[in-house]
Design a binder for this molecule. Structure first.
Ligand code: LFR
Length: 489
């Protein structure tokens, strides 16, 4: 018997979804209700084209999805929103100013220069504990300041907080996503007011930090009427950073397990109780992001299936349908699995692979610069991408082990990439550790579980939530094979 359901809004790199989740006989039951595109838009802006969120269209789609969820048989008791990190909208007097930028927009270089001119990378890391990614919110805000667009704003809301604001009228910053801004003190997990002052950012620009599980507010009366919701339906803060929700849904409580949250990005790391802020950790570009229940997600952004989907986009052209792309992908993965010639391993963490564009050409250029023979066929490109990702995972796991002093014996892969059997096998091979793959829907599950707990439907600790995930579905296991000498990392 399903007791009560919650609605998870998960805004991912190519699509957004509304999913209803509940508990039936101690196991999770997830029912997808709506799926809609979430594609960035290019807008000409005088001297160049900017990459933006299609945020109003997205809001229309997700509210339509919520209305549909509320029309079903389930008793919906809460709504929670997650998305990728770092991006935000600027507001003044509660009104959005302009169209939010997408982090893959290339405007941030000016922001990095401006911030580093004021606070050096070493000091920044000692304070915020964040891996240097040129698109971290702090650099984006600095780019806006350089461009003059920050002048009018009195508030910046991260995207899931923006959606929550449009639903409830309440302005907050959810803690896990706040931790990706670069403006949070890594130790106190509150806004670093000294850093804000040094960077010339007003303290009031940022809304108060709230922990996952907090009620942000009830639907505004007009919104509730539009959605057909009863009075007082709460919007609950979840791990609104998608990776935080995904990590909350890793089906293991073992201390010696690493995770890979595998999707557009691969977030490779371990969960800790306290941040690692050493210079060595900074040099290795490890990040201390905030997790659900105050945990630390000690991890590194390794690129991910983005390399593959961008390559497919280059090969198939912009007109290809989703169905065509996924059948092409299945065929290519089969061919890639059959490749026997050694393929080059390139650095999947190189920043040059972040912006949209011709990935096969960039991979070829990387190989030439490093005196490696580039892959010759599409199947070889795919194999090269997967081998390079797996090699980066292996290096990252070794580093996490060394920097944290915590032995790692197994690897849990969650998210879309857990369905990629070749990548999971190569990960087992190159890390030399068994890989447990699944659940695919980790982000939505983490979102749902935090809401169910806040609603009093499930009790207890993060470990208890993870036990529910483990009870719900058995991961697929991949055992390391002996590597041929040519493939040894
Ligand atoms: C994954 C993710 C990563 C973050 C990147 C950009 O979807 O949220 O954790 O570094 O997107 O926001």
């Amino acid at each position: 018997r399903t007791t009560a359901a919650v609605a998870a809004v998960d805004l991912g790199a190519t699509s957004g979804r509304v999913i209803l989740g509940g508990l039936a006989d101690g196991r999770l039951r997830m029912r997808p209700v709506a799926r809609f595109p979430n594609q960035p838009v290019r807008l000409h802006e005088g001297h160049r084209a900017g990459l933006h969120w299609n945020i109003t269209e997205l809001h229309r789609s997700l509210t339509a999805g919520l209305a549909q969820a509320l029309r079903g048989d389930e008793d919906v008791v809460s709504v929670g929103v997650d998305s990728w990190a770092v991006d935000y909208a600027l507001l003044r007097d509660g009104r959005m100013l302009g169209v939010p930028y997408h982090y893959r927009d290339e405007r941030t270089a000016a922001g990095v220069a401006a911030v580093h001119g004021q606070v050096g990378p070493e000091e920044l890391y000692a304070r915020n504990g964040l891996q240097h990614l040129p698109f971290n919110t702090v650099f984006q805000l600095a780019a806006d300041r350089v461009a003059g667009t920050l002048d009018l704003a009195d508030r910046a809301l991260l995207i899931p907080d923006l959606i929550a604001y449009w639903l409830t009228g309440q302005e907050v910053t959810e803690a896990t996503n706040a931790s990706t801004t670069g403006l949070l003190d890594a130790r106190t997990r509150q806004w670093d007011t000294g850093l804000l002052a040094e960077l010339g950012l007003a303290r009031e620009l940022l809304a108060p930090v709230v922990a996952p599980g907090t009620t942000i507010g009830s639907l505004l009366p007009a919104v509730a009427a539009d959605l057909g919701a009863g009075p007082g339906l709460p919007v609950t803060a979840v791990g609104s950073h998608d990776t935080a929700s995904a990590v909350a849904a890793v089906p293991s409580t073992a201390e010696d397990a690493a995770f890979i949250s595998s999707g557009t990005w691969s977030l490779v790391g371990i969960e800790l109780e306290a941040p690692v802020l050493t210079e060595e950790s900074r040099a290795a570009n490890f990040t201390n992001e905030g997790g659900v229940d105050g945990r630390v997600r000690y991890l590194k952004n390794v690129s991910g299936l983005w390399l593959l989907t961008e390559s497919m986009r280059t090969w198939d052209g912009p007109g290809a349908t989703d169905a065509q792309r996924s059948s092409d992908l299945a065929a290519l993965l089969a061919e890639a699995a059959a490749v026997t010639r050694p393929v080059p391993v390139f650095d999947a963490t190189d920043d040059r692979f972040t912006a949209p564009g011709d990935m096969p050409a960039r991979i070829t250029a990387w190989c030439r610069e490093h005196d490696l023979e580039p892959p010759r066929t599409r199947a070889e490109v795919v194999r090269s991408i997967l081998e390079s990702l797996a090699a980066a995972y292996a290096t990252t796991i070794e580093q996490a082990e060394r920097l944290s002093g915590r032995p790692i014996r197994t690897v849990h892969v969650v998210g879309g990439g857990s369905q990629n059997a070749l990548l999971c096998q190569l990960t087992a091979d190159r890390t030399g550790r068994p890989v447990h793959a699944g659940p695919v829907e980790a982000t939505a599950i983490g979102n749902v579980l935090v809401q169910l707990r806040a609603a009093g439907v499930v009790p207890g600790s993060l470990e208890a939530l993870r036990d529910i995930v483990a009870r719900t579905a058995e991961p697929v296991r991949y055992v390391p094979r002996v590597l041929s000498p040519a493939r040894r990392p």
